[in-house]
Design a protein around this ligand. Structure first.
Ligand SMILES: Cc1cc2nc3c(=O)[nH]c(=O)nc-3n(C[C@H](O)[C@H](O)[C@H](O)COP(=O)(O)O)c2cc1C
Length: 440
């Protein structure tokens, strides 16, 4: 088990999956477009010198299925199954006395968030945004911890605007504090092992600590250490931690921001986070995630894919499934046993995850991780009439003023039964065995 983010990065370096940029680069004009280039190459990118900051910057840690599979030590097809198997047994976190994240402590006036290499991601973003922080808070009634990911706009030395969707768990917890006139203490861990980030991006039932899920993914307890200025605990392995309070009764303009759909969300009156301390490793690496990127969608999708997988695995013989390039569509590869089965599978998928807008069911020889391959199946094997299933007047993604998510489409893109002779895909001898590099 690779314990922290930096050991994952080291492992990916050995696999030649890390692009290291040694020259100084600008976090507004250069970094965002270079991150896009790294994403296209399915590589992690490490900026060793960022203008205006002493911290190096890492991005695209989970920017391809191969990288994600490496973290789970399985193949791409196996990631969802691994998730399902591991989260079955939650593991409680463990409190320890000290951890590397405590190597440097800055409090009060010594805190200056502008020291961090916070990136301005999109052209019309309101400013620099922290996007890879996992936010830790406790329910004031039960003391149970909640961990979730939230975008934070850098607004000054110790000030952040934070987007907390009202019905999500952090929103419910903040509401409780606010109703009793109290600020909500939070800690924000940045530069996390992917399991902590994936668990934080998972929607569990209210009252379940997401660290029990990262513990399950790790197959060992997450080690936590107490904060200095708030009554919370953070992973010892994080690179950087911000401690602070979400102010009760205070809202300020936050945004615009290019979000996970790649659209700009307009400025909104959102919460304010006042930072009281920052702790970090001596040589801390700051992490960022581009919203709407492959990495962002992987963080959000994996637990949703697992939900769909658990729902459909008794309906069809599932080979693989994947949501890409958005959270709203899913391709599912099956070994079809009867006509109509793809429809049943898609219907179950819609039931399992309400934000799903279209679902394409393909044969087992189609690569669901390659949207081009899914389009190939649509063009060559799908029969649109009859074959399409349109579900009207239903519920989907809730932020939907134009009712674009109120209907769903299932597409059977599998070959007709018992016609494999006509629809068998050609292959070449030794496909996947020969390595081009050996011939160069
Ligand atoms: C990179 C990233 C950024 C996110 N930004 C936000 C955000 O700004 N506000 C928000 O409420 N959820 C955001 N989310 C989604 C939540 O973290 C996610 O839905 C989580 O499951 C919510 O936690 P909860 O189940 O404890 O409510 C983001 C997720 C990721 C991966």
């Amino acid at each position: 088990m690779l314990a922290d983010m930096r050991s994952v990065v080291e492992q990916f370096k050995r696999l030649d999956r890390v692009l290291s940029i040694k020259r100084e680069v600008d976090p507004v004009d250069e970094i965002p477009s270079l991150m896009r280039e790294a994403e296209k190459r399915a590589k992690i990118i490490l900026f060793e010198k960022v203008k205006g900051s002493a911290f190096p910057l890492i991005n695209n840690l989970l920017g391809s299925m191969d990288l994600l599979a490496e973290v789970f030590q399985t193949k791409r097809e196996g990631v969802v199954r691994e998730w399902v198997a591991r989260v079955r047994e939650p593991v409680e976190p463990r409190i320890t006395d000290w951890g590397p994240v405590k190597e440097v402590l800055r409090r009060g006036e010594d805190v200056d968030l502008r020291d961090l290499p916070v990136v301005t991601h999109a052209l019309k973003d309101a400013g620099p945004y922290i996007t890879a922080g996992i936010v830790i808070a406790k329910d004031p009634d039960t003391g149970i911890r909640n961990v979730s990911v939230h975008r934070m706009q850098l607004k000054g030395k110790n000030n952040l605007g934070i987007r907390i969707v009202p019905n999500q768990h952090l929103g419910r917890i903040q509401d409780k504090y606010e109703k009793s006139g109290k600020d909500m203490e939070v800690a924000v861990a940045i530069g996390n092992h992917p399991f902590e980030t994936l668990a934080a991006a998972t929607s569990l039932s209210f009252g379940i600590d997401e660290f029990t899920i990262s513990g399950a993914l790790r197959r060992e307890p997450v080690d936590l250490v107490k904060c200095d200025t708030v009554d919370l605990e953070v992973p010892v392995t994080a690179e950087i931690v911000l401690e602070g309070k979400v102010l009760a009764g205070v809202r300020e303009k936050e945004g615009p921001f290019g979000d996970f759909m790649q659209f700009y969300v307009p400025p909104m009156d959102n919460h304010v986070l006042r930072v009281t301390a920052m702790t970090h490793r001596h040589d801390a690496i700051y992490q960022t995630i581009q919203s709407g990127s492959v990495e962002d969608i992987h963080c959000l999708a994996l637990s949703r894919e697992a939900k769909i997988y658990e729902a459909v695995r008794n309906t069809g013989e599932i080979q693989a499934l994947h949501m890409a390039p958005t959270l709203f569509n899913c391709a599912i590869a099956i070994r079809k046993r009867f006509e109509g089965e793809p429809r049943d599978v898609a219907t179950e998928a819609f039931r399992a995850y309400s934000w799903l807008k279209h679902c394409v069911v393909v044969d087992h020889d189609v690569d669901v991780f390659d949207p081009k391959d899914v389009l190939w199946a649509l063009a060559t094997r799908a029969k649109f009439h009859p074959g399409l299933l349109l579900i009207k007047d239903t519920t989907g993604f809730p932020r939907d003023p134009f009712h674009l998510h109120a209907s769903k489409l299932a597409i059977d893109a599998t070959a007709p039964m018992n016609q494999w002779g006509e629809f068998e895909r050609k292959t070449v001898r030794n496909a996947g065995v020969m390595r081009l590099e050996d011939y160069l």
